[in-house]
Write a protein that binds this ligand. Structure first.
Ligand code: FES
Length: 601
C-alpha cells in the first residue's frame, strides 16, 4: 500500500510516521498515536467533538486528511495541561460544572483556548460564536460559557492554575465520607471523573484497544417489513482480513432481547420477520474496521417484502398489516375515577383538542460502542450503557451462558438520556468475542446510531377537559396512542406513565384515560427523558390555557384553583398526604414572570 510521510509537532513533541495518504487526521491521532482525548461524534464536521488546533486554529480533525496537517503544529486536549498543572480553562470547566458526560469537553476546551489566545477578554457573544460549531447535549451551554468567562478573568488577573493534574489519579476522585454531608449540601462537590474528562484521559468505549483486537460491523435491513429468505456471505468471506460472518444460526442461546417483552431478534433468522429499516441481519468480524465495512457490501440478502404500516393511528385499524401476532396493540392502560361522561355532559365549559408529538432522536454525542474479550471462560464487555445489569442478563441468555460467566463494565458514557437503556452492541459483541476467542470492538457510525437506536415515542392525544364557570376542573377524558415502532422496548411502561400523569398536577374528580402502546414498522421507540410525561404535559397544559382563555381568566389563577394540595386524590386514587409544593411553585413562577416583566400585571 502506498504511504506518505507525516511529520508534525503534536503537543510540542515531534512526530514522524508513515501513513496511507487517505487517513483522516482524527484516525492518526486516535489510532496511531493513542491520543484518544480527541473524540468522534459525527464524522461529518457537524458536532465539533473532534476539534484540535492546527497552528493555533480550531479544525474538525474528521475533515482534515492527515497529510494536509503534515509540517504543522497540532494541539490536542492532552497538550493543554503543562508540567502536571491543569490549564486555567480546564480548571474553570471543573469549577463551573461545565463537564457532564464529558464527550464534548475536549473539543469545547480547544475552541475556547483558540478564542482566548486571540481575544483574551471576549464578551458573551464572542464566546457563544466561538463555540457555535461545537455541540453539547448535556449542559445547555450556560455553564460552558460561564467557565470560559471565568478562565478569561483568571488569565487576565495573571493567576495560574492551582489544581494538580495527571491521568494516574484522575479516576479516583475525592470521595465523600458520610460525615462530610453537611459540608457539601448546597455546594457543588467536584466530579469524581472531572479531571479525567478535561484532560482527555477518560477512556470511553471506542477509545479502548486490546492486543489482537478484531472489529465488527452489522449488516442491516433496508426494507421496513419483510420475510428474510436468504443470506449469502460466501463472497464476503473471501475478502482478506474477514474472520467470520455470523447469522442468527450462530447464536447459541435465545435469539431475542427486550426489557419488558423479548420481541426483538439479535439477528433476524432465515424465515423470520424484518420489522423495520435497520433490523440486524448479519455480523461481520474482521481484522480492521475498513475490511469489515467492505465485507458488508459483499453479503447478498434476499427478502420478501410485506405491506408495512407507518402510523400508529393506521396500525390500530383491523385492516392494518400486523407487525407482531394478530394485533398491533401491544398494551393498554385504563384509568377510571368517578364518572367522566356524566360530568362532561353537564359541565359549563368543555374543550376538546387533538395533540400530536413527534419522534425524537436522543443524539447523544457518543455513538453506541463497546469492546468484548474472553479470558479464562469469562466474557467481559466494556460498553457505553445506562443499564449494565440488564445487559449482563441479556448477553448471558443470548449466548446460553450462566450470568457468572459474563461481566459488563460500564465505560464512561457520552450521553444516554434513556437511549442507552436498551441493548445496542452488547449481544453482538459478546457473540463475536465468544466465537472468535479474540477481543472485538464495535462502534456505530452516526448514521447507524440514528437508524438503530430507540427514539422518544410519538403520541397522538385526544384530550377533552371540562370545568365549571369558575374554572374548577370537573372531568377529563383522554385517549393516548403511542407509536412504539417495531419493538416494545420501554413502550408499555412509557404509555402507562403517560396515562398516570395525564391529569398533570391537577386534581380532577372525574377521569377516564386510555393509553395504547402500538406497534408499527417505524424505528423502535424507548425511554427518553421524562418517559412519556413531556408529551402528555404538552396536552394537559395546553388544555389549561384553552380553558382559561374560554373563561377569560388568568392562566395562573386557573392552575392555582385546580392544582394538587395536601390531601388531594390523584387520578389513580392516591391520597397525597404531605409535601405537595405545586401551588408554591406556581406562585413563585408568577412572581418571577412579573419581575422579568413577562406579565402585564
Ligand atoms: Fe457536553 Fe455531554 S457534557 S455532550
Amino acid at each position: 500500500m502506498k504511504t506518505v510521510r507525516f511529520k508534525a509537532t503534536i503537543n510540542n513533541r515531534p512526530v514522524d510516521l508513515l501513513i496511507a495518504p487517505n487517513r483522516r487526521l482524527l484516525d492518526v491521532l486516535r489510532e496511531d498515536l493513542g491520543l484518544t482525548g480527541t473524540k468522534e461524534g459525527c464524522g461529518e464536521g457537524e458536532c465539533g467533538a473532534c476539534t484540535v488546533l492546527l497552528d493555533g486554529r480550531p479544525v474538525n480533525s474528521c475533515l482534515v486528511l492527515a497529510p494536509e496537517a503534515s509540517g504543522r503544529r497540532i494541539t490536542t486536549v492532552e497538550g493543554l495541561a503543562e508540567e502536571g498543572r491543569l490549564h486555567p480553562l480546564q480548571e474553570a470547566f471543573l469549577e463551573a460544572g461545565a463537564v457532564q458526560c464529558g464527550y464534548c469537553t475536549p473539543g469545547m476546551l480547544l475552541v475556547a483556548k483558540a478564542l482566548l489566545d486571540k481575544h483574551p477578554q471576549p464578551d458573551e457573544r464572542a464566546i457563544k460564536t466561538a463555540i457555535s460549531g461545537n455541540l453539547c447535549r448535556c449542559t445547555g451551554y450556560a455553564k460552558i460559557v460561564a467557565a470560559i468567562r471565568l478562565a478569561a478573568a483568571r488569565l487576565a488577573g495573571g493567576k495560574g492554575a492551582q489544581a494538580g493534574s495527571g491521568c494516574a489519579k484522575e479516576q479516583k476522585g475525592p470521595g465523600l465520607p458520610v460525615s462530610a454531608g453537611l459540608r457539601v449540601v448546597g455546594k457543588s462537590p467536584p466530579r469524581v471523573d472531572g479531571v479525567a474528562k478535561v484532560t482527555g484521559c477518560a477512556r470511553f468505549a471506542a477509545d479502548l484497544k486490546l492486543p489482537g483486537m478484531l472489529y465488527a460491523r452489522v449488516l442491516r435491513s433496508r426494507t421496513p417489513h419483510a420475510v428474510l429468505r436468504r443470506i449469502d456471505a460466501a463472497e464476503a468471506l473471501t475478502l482478506p482480513g474477514v474472520v467470520a460472518v455470523y447469522t442468527a444460526a450462530d447464536i447459541p442461546g435465545q435469539n431475542s432481547t427486550g426489557i419488558i417483552v423479548k420481541d426483538e431478534p439479535v439477528l433476524v433468522a432465515i424465515g423470520g420477520r424484518i420489522r423495520r429499516v435497520g433490523d440486524p441481519l448479519a455480523l461481520v468480524v474482521a481484522e480492521s474496521e475498513e475490511v469489515a465495512e467492505a465485507a458488508l457490501a459483499k453479503i447478498k440478502v434476499e427478502d420478501e417484502e410485506l405491506p408495512a404500516v407507518f402510523s400508529a393511528l393506521a396500525a390500530i385499524s383491523a385492516e392494518a398489516p400486523k407487525v407482531h401476532g394478530n394485533s398491533n396493540v401491544q398494551s393498554v392502560t385504563r384509568i377510571k375515577k368517578g364518572d367522566a361522561e356524566a360530568a362532561l355532559a353537564k359541565a359549563q365549559v368543555v374543550v376538546s383538542r387533538r395533540y400530536t408529538t413527534q419522534m425524537t432522536e436522543h443524539a447523544y454525542l457518543e455513538t453506541e460502542a463497546g469492546v468484548a474479550a474472553v479470558e479464562n471462560d469469562l466474557l467481559t464487555i466494556w460498553v457505553s450503557t445506562q443499564n449494565p445489569h440488564y445487559d449482563r442478563r441479556e448477553v448471558a441468555r443470548v449466548l446460553g451462558l450462566g450470568q457468572h460467566r459474563v461481566r459488563v463494565v460500564q465505560a464512561p458514557t457520552g450521553g444516554g438520556f434513556g437511549g442507552k437503556l436498551d441493548i445496542s452492541v452488547q449481544c453482538l459483541l459478546g457473540l463475536a468475542a465468544w466465537k472468535t476467542g479474540r477481543p472485538v470492538k464495535m462502534s456505530y457510525r452516526r448514521e447507524e446510531s440514528i437508524i438503530a437506536s430507540p427514539k422518544r415515542h410519538p403520541f397522538v392525544i385526544d384530550y377533552t377537559s371540562a370545568c365549571d364557570g369558575e374554572g374548577r376542573l370537573l372531568a377529563v377524558k383522554v385517549r393516548i396512542i403511542g407509536d412504539t415502532g417495531a419493538y416494545a422496548s420501554y413502550g408499555p411502561a412509557t404509555l402507562k406513565r403517560a396515562a398516570v400523569h395525564a391529569t398533570g398536577p391537577y386534581e380532577v374528580p372525574n377521569v377516564l384515560i386510555e393509553s395504547f402502546c402500538v406497534y408499527t414498522n417505524n424505528p423502535t421507540a424507548g425511554a427518553m427523558r421524562g418517559f412519556g410525561v413531556p408529551q402528555i404535559a404538552f396536552a394537559h397544559e395546553s388544555q389549561m390555557d384553552l380553558l382559561a382563555q374560554t373563561l377569560g381568566i388568568d392562566p395562573f389563577t386557573i392552575r392555582l384553583r385546580n392544582c394538587l394540595k395536601t390531601g388531594s386524590l390523584t387520578a389513580t386514587g392516591q391520597c397525597l398526604e404531605a409535601g405537595v409544593g405545586i401551588a408554591e411553585t406556581i406562585r413563585r413562577v408568577r412572581e418571577k414572570a412579573r419581575e422579568l416583566k413577562m406579565l402585564e400585571k
